[in-house]
Write a protein that binds this ligand. Structure first.
Ligand SMILES: [Zn+2]
Length: 89
């Protein structure tokens, strides 16, 4: 296996975001995976990023607004009527 079969730490870190989002090509994913298997520093960084992403997605799910609430807000806005175009000047 030559050194071309996996990334250096610099190459790995540059692609880490895309690796977490699985936006790399299959070949790049494989190279990144091989690097993470052998590099504790990058594996730790990957673990940190993956955890952040998981937390972010969990938060986004929690603040998901119920459909009926959005409908009520839209109804309320219609009742108030069109907004005045009160631009100064
Ligand atoms: Zn590394």
């Amino acid at each position: 296996m030559s050194h071309l079969d996996r990334y250096t730490c610099e190459e790995m870190l540059r692609r880490l975001d895309d690796y977490v989002d699985r936006e790399l090509s299959p070949e790049e994913m494989e190279r990144a995976r091989r690097h993470l298997e052998t590099c504790a520093a990058c594996a730790a960084e990957f673990g940190f990023q993956a955890r952040m992403l998981a937390e972010l997605r969990a938060k986004l799910r929690r603040i998901d607004v119920p459909g009926d609430l959005l409908a009520r807000i839209a109804e309320r806005l219609r009742a108030v009527g069109p907004l005045e175009e009160g631009a100064p000047g």
